[in-house]
Design a protein around this ligand. Sequence first.
Ligand SMILES: [Zn+2]
Length: 327
Amino acid sequence: MTQPRYVIGYDVGGTKLGIGLASTDGKLLGSAMLPNKDTYPEDVLPEALRISKQLLADAGLSTKDLAAFGISSPYPADPVNGIMTAPTNNKFWRNVPIRKYFEDNLGIAGCFENDANCAALAEWFFGAGRGCKDFIFLTMSTGIGAGIIAADKLVRGKGFFAGELGHMVVKPDGRYCNCGLRGCYEAYCGGRAIAMHLQAELRTMPENIMVKMVDGKLEDIDMIVFEKAVRAGDAYAMEQWDEMCRLNAQVFGGLLNTFNPERLVLGTFAWAIGDLFMDPIRKYLPKYCWKQTLQDCELVAGELKREMAAYAGPAAAINFLKEKGEL
Ligand SMILES: [Zn+2]
Protein backbone atom coordinates (compact mmCIF):
# COMPACT_ATOMS: atom_id res chain seq x y z
CA MET A 1 0.00 0.00 0.00
CA THR A 2 1.47 3.33 -1.04
CA GLN A 3 1.37 6.29 1.30
CA PRO A 4 -1.50 8.69 0.63
CA ARG A 5 -0.52 12.00 -0.91
CA TYR A 6 -2.14 15.40 -0.65
CA VAL A 7 -3.97 17.48 -3.20
CA ILE A 8 -5.79 20.79 -3.20
CA GLY A 9 -8.57 21.94 -5.47
CA TYR A 10 -10.72 24.87 -6.47
CA ASP A 11 -14.29 24.91 -7.72
CA VAL A 12 -15.03 28.24 -9.36
CA GLY A 13 -18.79 28.75 -9.24
CA GLY A 14 -20.91 31.78 -10.06
CA THR A 15 -21.62 32.65 -6.42
CA LYS A 16 -18.92 30.77 -4.50
CA LEU A 17 -15.42 29.49 -4.91
CA GLY A 18 -14.95 26.20 -3.06
CA ILE A 19 -11.54 25.10 -1.83
CA GLY A 20 -10.80 21.58 -0.67
CA LEU A 21 -7.71 19.89 0.74
CA ALA A 22 -7.76 16.11 0.48
CA SER A 23 -5.62 13.01 0.60
CA THR A 24 -5.42 10.72 -2.42
CA ASP A 25 -7.01 7.87 -0.45
CA GLY A 26 -10.29 9.78 -0.40
CA LYS A 27 -10.34 11.86 2.77
CA LEU A 28 -11.23 15.54 2.89
CA LEU A 29 -8.86 17.25 5.34
CA GLY A 30 -10.22 20.76 5.15
CA SER A 31 -12.43 23.03 3.07
CA ALA A 32 -13.50 26.63 2.72
CA MET A 33 -15.91 28.75 0.68
CA LEU A 34 -15.21 32.18 -0.70
CA PRO A 35 -17.98 34.49 -1.93
CA ASN A 36 -17.57 34.84 -5.69
CA LYS A 37 -20.49 36.88 -6.97
CA ASP A 38 -19.46 39.66 -9.38
CA THR A 39 -15.87 39.50 -8.12
CA TYR A 40 -12.61 40.26 -9.86
CA PRO A 41 -10.08 37.44 -10.26
CA GLU A 42 -7.26 39.71 -9.06
CA ASP A 43 -9.05 39.91 -5.68
CA VAL A 44 -10.29 36.34 -5.38
CA LEU A 45 -7.27 34.34 -6.53
CA PRO A 46 -4.78 35.73 -3.97
CA GLU A 47 -7.42 35.19 -1.28
CA ALA A 48 -7.91 31.58 -2.43
CA LEU A 49 -4.15 31.11 -2.26
CA ARG A 50 -3.99 32.56 1.25
CA ILE A 51 -6.80 30.27 2.45
CA SER A 52 -5.10 27.27 0.80
CA LYS A 53 -1.99 27.91 2.86
CA GLN A 54 -4.12 28.26 5.98
CA LEU A 55 -5.91 24.95 5.30
CA LEU A 56 -2.52 23.28 4.81
CA ALA A 57 -1.19 24.77 8.04
CA ASP A 58 -4.31 23.67 9.94
CA ALA A 59 -3.67 20.11 8.73
CA GLY A 60 0.00 20.31 9.72
CA LEU A 61 1.11 20.50 6.08
CA SER A 62 2.67 23.01 3.68
CA THR A 63 2.70 23.53 -0.09
CA LYS A 64 5.75 21.20 -0.24
CA ASP A 65 3.47 18.32 0.76
CA LEU A 66 1.12 18.84 -2.19
CA ALA A 67 1.30 16.43 -5.13
CA ALA A 68 -1.07 18.36 -7.42
CA PHE A 69 -3.92 20.85 -7.64
CA GLY A 70 -7.15 20.69 -9.60
CA ILE A 71 -9.48 23.38 -10.93
CA SER A 72 -13.15 22.81 -11.63
CA SER A 73 -14.31 25.47 -14.06
CA PRO A 74 -17.53 26.31 -15.84
CA TYR A 75 -17.52 26.51 -19.63
CA PRO A 76 -16.84 28.22 -21.98
CA ALA A 77 -13.15 27.76 -21.30
CA ASP A 78 -9.87 26.79 -22.91
CA PRO A 79 -9.16 23.48 -21.15
CA VAL A 80 -5.90 22.81 -23.00
CA ASN A 81 -4.32 25.99 -21.69
CA GLY A 82 -6.23 26.13 -18.41
CA ILE A 83 -7.91 29.46 -19.11
CA MET A 84 -11.36 30.56 -18.00
CA THR A 85 -12.38 32.44 -21.12
CA ALA A 86 -15.90 33.79 -20.59
CA PRO A 87 -17.80 32.11 -17.74
CA THR A 88 -21.45 33.16 -17.98
CA ASN A 89 -21.79 33.55 -14.19
CA ASN A 90 -18.68 35.66 -13.60
CA LYS A 91 -18.84 38.68 -15.88
CA PHE A 92 -15.52 40.16 -14.71
CA TRP A 93 -13.58 36.93 -15.29
CA ARG A 94 -12.37 37.14 -18.87
CA ASN A 95 -9.43 35.09 -20.19
CA VAL A 96 -8.13 34.26 -16.74
CA PRO A 97 -5.10 31.91 -16.89
CA ILE A 98 -6.09 30.28 -13.62
CA ARG A 99 -4.07 27.08 -14.01
CA LYS A 100 -0.86 29.08 -14.55
CA TYR A 101 -1.68 31.22 -11.52
CA PHE A 102 -1.74 28.20 -9.21
CA GLU A 103 1.23 26.54 -10.94
CA ASP A 104 3.30 29.67 -10.30
CA ASN A 105 2.07 30.29 -6.78
CA LEU A 106 1.91 26.74 -5.43
CA GLY A 107 4.99 25.60 -7.35
CA ILE A 108 3.36 22.32 -8.44
CA ALA A 109 1.58 20.95 -11.51
CA GLY A 110 -2.17 20.83 -11.73
CA CYS A 111 -5.11 20.37 -14.05
CA PHE A 112 -8.15 22.18 -15.37
CA GLU A 113 -11.42 20.34 -16.02
CA ASN A 114 -14.99 21.33 -16.75
CA ASP A 115 -17.27 21.32 -13.72
CA ALA A 116 -19.52 18.46 -14.88
CA ASN A 117 -16.48 16.20 -15.25
CA CYS A 118 -15.21 17.31 -11.86
CA ALA A 119 -18.55 16.53 -10.24
CA ALA A 120 -18.34 13.02 -11.69
CA LEU A 121 -14.75 12.64 -10.50
CA ALA A 122 -15.79 13.84 -7.04
CA GLU A 123 -18.54 11.24 -6.77
CA TRP A 124 -16.11 8.66 -8.19
CA PHE A 125 -13.36 9.21 -5.63
CA PHE A 126 -15.35 10.46 -2.63
CA GLY A 127 -19.03 9.62 -3.10
CA ALA A 128 -21.60 7.38 -4.76
CA GLY A 129 -19.28 6.13 -7.52
CA ARG A 130 -16.53 4.75 -5.28
CA GLY A 131 -15.06 1.51 -6.53
CA CYS A 132 -16.74 1.62 -9.95
CA LYS A 133 -14.88 1.24 -13.24
CA ASP A 134 -17.87 2.18 -15.41
CA PHE A 135 -19.90 4.96 -13.97
CA ILE A 136 -21.83 8.03 -15.09
CA PHE A 137 -22.77 11.08 -13.05
CA LEU A 138 -25.45 13.48 -14.18
CA THR A 139 -25.71 17.04 -12.95
CA MET A 140 -29.46 17.59 -12.77
CA SER A 141 -30.40 21.06 -11.63
CA THR A 142 -30.84 24.28 -13.62
CA GLY A 143 -29.02 22.55 -16.49
CA ILE A 144 -28.04 18.98 -17.30
CA GLY A 145 -24.50 17.75 -17.83
CA ALA A 146 -22.73 14.46 -17.49
CA GLY A 147 -19.33 13.11 -16.56
CA ILE A 148 -18.58 9.69 -17.99
CA ILE A 149 -16.14 7.21 -16.50
CA ALA A 150 -15.67 4.27 -18.86
CA ALA A 151 -13.18 1.45 -18.35
CA ASP A 152 -11.70 3.28 -15.33
CA LYS A 153 -11.04 6.51 -17.27
CA LEU A 154 -12.70 9.89 -17.61
CA VAL A 155 -14.01 10.29 -21.17
CA ARG A 156 -13.27 13.77 -22.54
CA GLY A 157 -13.64 13.37 -26.31
CA LYS A 158 -11.61 15.00 -29.08
CA GLY A 159 -12.63 18.59 -28.26
CA PHE A 160 -13.42 18.07 -24.55
CA PHE A 161 -17.17 18.03 -25.21
CA ALA A 162 -17.91 14.47 -24.12
CA GLY A 163 -20.71 14.38 -21.59
CA GLU A 164 -22.70 17.30 -23.05
CA LEU A 165 -25.72 15.12 -22.62
CA GLY A 166 -28.08 18.01 -21.91
CA HIS A 167 -27.78 18.96 -25.56
CA MET A 168 -28.68 15.63 -27.06
CA VAL A 169 -31.76 16.22 -29.20
CA VAL A 170 -34.69 14.20 -27.91
CA LYS A 171 -37.46 15.94 -29.90
CA PRO A 172 -36.56 16.95 -33.46
CA ASP A 173 -37.62 20.56 -34.12
CA GLY A 174 -38.81 20.78 -30.52
CA ARG A 175 -38.35 23.52 -27.95
CA TYR A 176 -35.61 26.08 -28.56
CA CYS A 177 -32.54 25.59 -26.40
CA ASN A 178 -30.12 28.39 -25.49
CA CYS A 179 -27.30 26.35 -27.10
CA GLY A 180 -28.79 27.05 -30.54
CA LEU A 181 -30.27 23.61 -31.19
CA ARG A 182 -33.92 22.65 -30.93
CA GLY A 183 -35.38 19.81 -28.90
CA CYS A 184 -32.44 19.35 -26.50
CA TYR A 185 -32.91 17.06 -23.50
CA GLU A 186 -32.10 20.00 -21.19
CA ALA A 187 -34.86 22.08 -22.82
CA TYR A 188 -37.34 19.52 -21.42
CA CYS A 189 -35.72 18.29 -18.22
CA GLY A 190 -33.39 21.05 -16.99
CA GLY A 191 -34.74 23.13 -14.09
CA ARG A 192 -34.42 26.48 -15.84
CA ALA A 193 -36.16 25.29 -19.02
CA ILE A 194 -38.95 23.58 -17.08
CA ALA A 195 -39.63 26.77 -15.13
CA MET A 196 -39.78 28.84 -18.34
CA HIS A 197 -42.08 26.31 -19.99
CA LEU A 198 -44.48 26.20 -17.03
CA GLN A 199 -44.50 29.99 -16.73
CA ALA A 200 -45.44 30.30 -20.40
CA GLU A 201 -48.17 27.64 -20.33
CA LEU A 202 -49.70 28.78 -17.05
CA ARG A 203 -50.35 32.26 -18.47
CA THR A 204 -53.58 30.85 -19.84
CA MET A 205 -54.41 28.79 -16.73
CA PRO A 206 -55.05 31.33 -13.93
CA GLU A 207 -56.95 28.75 -11.86
CA ASN A 208 -54.03 26.34 -11.67
CA ILE A 209 -52.65 25.58 -8.21
CA MET A 210 -49.14 26.70 -9.22
CA VAL A 211 -50.39 30.19 -10.18
CA LYS A 212 -52.13 30.42 -6.81
CA MET A 213 -49.05 29.25 -4.94
CA VAL A 214 -47.06 32.20 -6.29
CA ASP A 215 -49.94 34.72 -5.96
CA GLY A 216 -50.02 35.17 -9.71
CA LYS A 217 -46.32 36.04 -9.96
CA LEU A 218 -45.61 33.59 -12.75
CA GLU A 219 -41.90 34.39 -12.73
CA ASP A 220 -41.69 32.72 -9.29
CA ILE A 221 -42.76 29.34 -10.65
CA ASP A 222 -39.81 26.98 -10.40
CA MET A 223 -39.00 23.31 -9.75
CA ILE A 224 -39.97 23.64 -6.08
CA VAL A 225 -43.43 25.00 -6.92
CA PHE A 226 -43.77 22.31 -9.60
CA GLU A 227 -42.88 19.57 -7.11
CA LYS A 228 -45.37 20.90 -4.55
CA ALA A 229 -48.14 20.95 -7.17
CA VAL A 230 -47.40 17.32 -8.05
CA ARG A 231 -47.46 16.32 -4.37
CA ALA A 232 -50.79 18.16 -4.04
CA GLY A 233 -52.17 16.03 -6.88
CA ASP A 234 -52.71 18.72 -9.50
CA ALA A 235 -53.60 16.95 -12.74
CA TYR A 236 -51.74 19.27 -15.09
CA ALA A 237 -48.58 19.25 -12.95
CA MET A 238 -48.71 15.45 -12.66
CA GLU A 239 -49.01 15.04 -16.41
CA GLN A 240 -46.03 17.37 -17.02
CA TRP A 241 -44.02 15.58 -14.31
CA ASP A 242 -44.76 12.21 -15.81
CA GLU A 243 -43.57 13.37 -19.22
CA MET A 244 -40.36 14.77 -17.68
CA CYS A 245 -39.67 11.46 -15.92
CA ARG A 246 -40.41 9.46 -19.06
CA LEU A 247 -37.93 11.56 -21.03
CA ASN A 248 -35.30 11.12 -18.30
CA ALA A 249 -35.83 7.36 -18.52
CA GLN A 250 -35.47 7.50 -22.30
CA VAL A 251 -32.09 9.24 -22.04
CA PHE A 252 -30.86 7.06 -19.16
CA GLY A 253 -31.86 3.95 -21.10
CA GLY A 254 -29.71 5.15 -23.98
CA LEU A 255 -26.78 5.64 -21.61
CA LEU A 256 -27.24 2.17 -20.12
CA ASN A 257 -27.18 0.50 -23.52
CA THR A 258 -24.28 2.66 -24.74
CA PHE A 259 -21.91 2.48 -21.75
CA ASN A 260 -23.28 -0.43 -19.72
CA PRO A 261 -22.35 1.38 -16.46
CA GLU A 262 -22.49 -0.27 -13.06
CA ARG A 263 -23.86 2.86 -11.47
CA LEU A 264 -25.75 5.89 -12.74
CA VAL A 265 -25.55 8.64 -10.14
CA LEU A 266 -27.94 11.57 -10.34
CA GLY A 267 -27.32 15.04 -8.96
CA THR A 268 -29.56 17.62 -7.30
CA PHE A 269 -33.12 16.62 -8.34
CA ALA A 270 -32.53 13.04 -7.23
CA TRP A 271 -31.47 13.86 -3.65
CA ALA A 272 -33.57 17.01 -3.25
CA ILE A 273 -36.84 15.47 -4.52
CA GLY A 274 -36.29 11.79 -3.78
CA ASP A 275 -38.72 9.00 -4.69
CA LEU A 276 -41.18 11.30 -6.41
CA PHE A 277 -38.43 11.85 -8.99
CA MET A 278 -36.76 8.44 -8.98
CA ASP A 279 -39.76 6.07 -8.88
CA PRO A 280 -41.36 7.05 -12.21
CA ILE A 281 -37.92 6.93 -13.88
CA ARG A 282 -37.44 3.40 -12.53
CA LYS A 283 -40.92 2.50 -13.80
CA TYR A 284 -40.19 3.70 -17.34
CA LEU A 285 -36.57 2.54 -17.67
CA PRO A 286 -37.38 -1.02 -18.87
CA LYS A 287 -38.98 0.52 -21.97
CA TYR A 288 -35.69 2.14 -22.97
CA CYS A 289 -32.91 -0.36 -22.35
CA TRP A 290 -32.22 -4.05 -22.19
CA LYS A 291 -32.96 -6.10 -19.15
CA GLN A 292 -29.28 -7.03 -18.87
CA THR A 293 -27.94 -3.45 -18.91
CA LEU A 294 -30.64 -2.48 -16.43
CA GLN A 295 -29.68 -5.36 -14.13
CA ASP A 296 -26.03 -4.31 -14.28
CA CYS A 297 -26.77 -0.74 -13.23
CA GLU A 298 -27.72 0.78 -9.93
CA LEU A 299 -29.59 4.08 -10.23
CA VAL A 300 -28.78 6.21 -7.18
CA ALA A 301 -28.68 9.80 -5.92
CA GLY A 302 -25.36 11.60 -5.48
CA GLU A 303 -23.83 11.57 -2.00
CA LEU A 304 -21.85 14.81 -1.93
CA LYS A 305 -24.89 17.07 -2.38
CA ARG A 306 -24.18 20.63 -1.16
CA GLU A 307 -20.58 19.70 -0.30
CA MET A 308 -19.72 19.15 -3.96
CA ALA A 309 -17.71 22.41 -4.21
CA ALA A 310 -15.21 21.15 -1.61
CA TYR A 311 -14.60 17.87 -3.45
CA ALA A 312 -14.70 18.84 -7.15
CA GLY A 313 -11.21 20.40 -7.32
CA PRO A 314 -9.35 17.78 -5.24
CA ALA A 315 -11.06 15.04 -7.30
CA ALA A 316 -9.71 16.59 -10.52
CA ALA A 317 -6.24 16.63 -8.94
CA ILE A 318 -6.48 12.97 -7.92
CA ASN A 319 -7.55 12.05 -11.45
CA PHE A 320 -4.62 14.08 -12.82
CA LEU A 321 -2.19 11.99 -10.74
CA LYS A 322 -4.01 8.80 -11.72
CA GLU A 323 -3.74 9.65 -15.45
CA LYS A 324 -0.02 10.33 -15.01
CA GLY A 325 0.34 6.85 -13.51
CA GLU A 326 1.35 8.26 -10.13
CA LEU A 327 -1.51 6.66 -8.21
ZN1 LIG B 1 -29.10 22.60 -26.22
